[in-house]
Design a protein around this ligand. Structure first.
Ligand code: ADP
Ligand code: ADP
Ligand code: ZN
Ligand code: ZN
Length: 743
């Protein structure tokens, strides 16, 4: 079969959607935010492909594979095994590095075990995840946890008042009496009034105290030793409380034994062409690729060739500024996605289905060409590549473009266009209209009221920058990926009180929804009470009006021995959670159960109440009017979470504040970017200072002030190339992209 055939797709907002997608092609999905692109590509196509793939495994294995929810469709045929390459961060394992996740480290280990001086045997001796290779002091983590002693004591208090802040050391606690009874410490005097020697003796114990000449009557264990014995040097399973205590009273530092190389002494001493493997782990990938080419030993030629290919692929895709030793937990969403892409490029599997979620996130227009080349390469190997994307540069290289729409939420979910890029331009869809329109540049830059200065910034690759951020205007930080934008923003946040509006989840609680988040549950109940003349409590799903069968949950749970519990819709209320008596009462034709299904925009229209209006209108303004009131916030994408947070600031912030946003256009359709710009302008209008990291040219054009970093990534960047009004920007990669995009 040469097409993927989809009939009657109904996941989320899809309206019985039918579409045939040619296999072996690069297909880009477009449409306004919330139109249903993800519902089609991820929740329908990828979910079904994943489900079918899992079915091919025996039940034992299947239980260990990711669970795919089977989509609601009449028919899907012509799928291949799916590889999902999304922006989810690579995860919390400290043992995972750019080198290990891309397999480049495996090749380096082979190279060192076969061609190193001296020769130490197997490649496991160069693995920091193998006892044969790991540094014994840090177990291969490169970092050790040490006591943050300065956080242990409150000097303004006496022992009796709880000067020792560690749990269990307070007045009446077990450890407390041990110190109070020693006799040489006065439990009633604030620690500030003790001699430094006495404080040292308290912290480090009798032996240490003896050395200081303040001999206590008996030998005892100091607070620090005791803390480390109980909390750090223990093999017990740690309770959550212990974990919390450790997080509060310790900090990580580079392992003094291996200096962060993670390897034991033997492995650290082996060299190839005069370099240790640890030095290579810290070298930028671009540079490392050049070094590898100089290794001419015929015994390792195949390893060198494979390693060279891998490193060049990483360079091509715009990751050349990273180093192999970089922990994957520190990568941004866009970087994580590019790292995952590299992992699959080397794969020799063909006829796979690759699914990408906005692969241009975090990429400067200058770097986008490398990404599009890569997408084509995957296709040319005989794979089908599906991409959800808003960037016109990616649309331009598609074999086919599919637009879902025409609008968001209930107003979307249909196929509105399928064809080539030029045909799309000529069509009349939200995307073609947005492609034709241009956001006008700021008429005249606003005048700052002062400056917020970042001084001596050296974080990561920054070259000792001192930069003024103009107050109460919109500043955009620009520059190629890896040039230092996030580092400068982090330094700004570290030096000044700033509110970071990021893409992290708004809530991890599966029960939180726009209703709970905005606190409109009570006003909604009062609205129903006013209209019906009944008490407001009747309209609460955990009180009198709740369905007696499911107690207002809408679902019932059946426990099954040996298997996951089953959840099924309550038969009594059919999932509506309330009794018939309650559901009879209506506001504008809606029952209380219908409220969950309303979108935010719908609620603004149909629930006439000032408190509800006030709580929801900001979410509508940031382009989230399509969210359902009952939709769990855990289902939101990173970009949507960020917009929820912007809305919260619009609603709440009173004092003029400094806001820092990282790529707020992520996941936004060209059309919705104009609305976002309106919101940023409003924040500035309220007296706030707004700093945005952005690649989107329309946002850059509307900036009052641009700080362009570069010229290159990593150590080739970290300098300010330009700072000033956007009109004066010349001669940089950003300037070139701005002028190229000019009509
Ligand atoms: P797009 O990818 O085009 O931005 P989505 O497919 O994410 O749009 O969303 C389409 C509609 O489905 C939106 O109204 C959205 O709020 C809703 N939706 C998305 N995910 C879920 C979910 N897990 N549960 C319920 N509704 C959802
Ligand atoms: P941008 O935001 O412009 O893409 P970054 O500020 O993220 O650039 O990165 C600048 C340089 O600092 C890059 O070489 C990057 O690899 C490095 N870097 C960023 N974060 C870290 C980190 N947590 N640890 C080590 N290096 C980092
Ligand atoms: Zn170590
Ligand atoms: Zn029920």
């Amino acid at each position: 079969m040469n097409v993927i055939r989809i009939r009657g797709a109904r996941t989320n907002n899809l309206r019985d959607l039918d579409v045939d997608l040619p296999r072996g092609r690069l297909i880009v999905f477009v449409g306004v935010s919330g139109s249903g692109k993800s519902s089609l590509v991820f929740d329908t196509i990828a979910a079904e492909a994943g489900h079918q793939l899992n079915e091919t495994f025996p039940p034992f294995t299947r239980n260990r594979l990711p669970k795919w929810t089977r989509p609601d469709t009449d028919e899907i045929a012509g799928l291949s095994p799916v590889v999902l390459i999304d922006q989810r961060r690579i995860g919390g394992n400290a043992r995972s590095t750019v080198g290990t996740i891309t397999d480049a480290w495996t090749y380096l280990r082979l190279l060192y075990s076969r061609a190193g001086t001296p020769h130490i045997g197997e490649s496991g001796h160069f693995s920091f995840n193998d006892p044969a290779g790991m540094c014994p002091d840090c177990s291969g983590l490169g970092e050790i946890v040490v006591s943050a002693v300065e956080r242990f004591l409150d000097l303004d208090k006496s022992l009796a008042e709880g000067a020792i802040l560690l749990p269990g050391f307070g007045h009446g606690g077990y450890w407390y009496s041990q110190y109070a009874d020693i006799g040489s410490f006065d439990p009633g005097t604030p620690l500030r009034d003790w001699t430094p020697g006495q404080r040292q003796a308290l912290l480090y114990g009798g032996e240490h105290a003896a050395r200081l000449g303040t001999r206590p009557p008996k030998d005892y264990e100091g607070v620090v030793q005791r803390f480390e014995r109980i909390y750090l040097h223990t093999s017990d399973d740690l309770s959550d409380r212990k974990r919390e205590t450790i997080a509060r009273f310790t900090r990580s530092q580079t392992c003094p034994a291996c200096h962060g190389d993670r390897l034991n002494e033997a492995a650290r001493g082996v060299t190839v062409l005069g370099r240790t493997i640890g030095e290579l782990a810290r070298m930028e990938i671009t540079e490392l690729a050049g070094w590898v080419e100089q290794v001419r030993d015929p015994a390792v030629a195949p390893v060198v060739a494979a390693l060279g290919d891998k490193l060049r692929a990483m360079d091509t895709i715009g990751l050349g500024y990273l180093h192999l030793g970089r922990a994957t937990t520190t990568l941004s969403g866009g970087e994580s996605q590019r790292v995952k892409t590299v992992k699959h490029l080397g794969s020799s599997l063909v006829e796979m289905l690759y699914v990408f979620d906005e692969p241009t996130v975090g990429l400067h227009p200058h770097d986008v060409a490398a990404m599009t080349a890569l997408l084509r390469r995957l296709r040319d190997k005989g794979n089908t590549v599906l991409v959800v994307e808003h960037d016109p540069a990616v649309m331009a290289i598609a074999d086919q473009i599919v637009e879902i729409g025409p609008d968001a939420g209930a107003g979307g979910g249909r196929l509105v266009f399928q064809g080539g890029f030029e045909e799309l331009r000529a069509a009349r869809t939200a995307t073609s209209r947005a492609l034709a329109a241009r956001v006008a540049p700021a008429a005249a830059p606003r005048t700052p009221t002062g400056a917020i200065t970042v001084t001596g910034a050296t974080r990561n690759n920054l070259k000792n920058l001192t930069v003024d951020i103009p107050a109460q205007v919109l500043t955009v930080l620009t520059g190629v990926a890896g040039s230092g934008k996030s580092s400068l923003a982090a330094e700004l946040v570290a030096q000044h009180a700033a509110v970071v509006i990021d893409q992290r989840p708004v809530s991890v609680n599966r029960r939180s929804t726009p209703i709970t988040y905005t606190g409109i549950a009570a006003p909604v109940r009062r609205l129903f009470a006013r209209h019906s003349g009944r008490p407001a409590s009747l309209f609460s799903a955990n009180s009198a009006g709740a369905c007696p069968e499911c107690k207002g949950l809408g679902v019932v749970y059946t426990d099954l021995a040996f298997m996951d519990g089953q959840e099924s819709v309550c038969e009594t209320c059919q999932g509506r959670r309330f009794t018939e008596d309650v559901l009879r009462h209506r506001v504008n034709g809606l029952s209380i159960a219908d409220v969950d299904e309303l979108t935010i925009a719908g609620a603004l229209d149909r629930l006439p109440d000032p408190a509800i209006r006030d709580a929801l209108r900001h979410l509508d303004r940031v382009g989230l009017g399509y969210l359902r009131l009952g939709q769990p916030l855990t289902t939101l994408s990173g970009g949507e979470c960020q917009r929820v947070k912007i809305a919260r600031e619009l609603r709440e912030a009173a004092e003029p504040s400094l806001y820092v946003l990282d790529e707020p256009t992520t996941g936004l359709h060209l059309r919705d970017i104009a609305a976002l710009l309106g919101v940023l302008d409003q924040l500035v209008g309220q007296g706030h200072t707004v700093v945005v990291i952005e690649h989107n040219l329309d946002v850059i054009r509307r900036a009052d002030w641009v700080i362009d970093l570069g010229p290159g990534p990593g150590r080739h960047g970290g300098q300010v190339l330009y700072q000033g009004p956007v009109a004066g920007l010349r001669g940089t990669a950003t300037a070139a992209a701005l002028h190229e995009g000019q009509p």
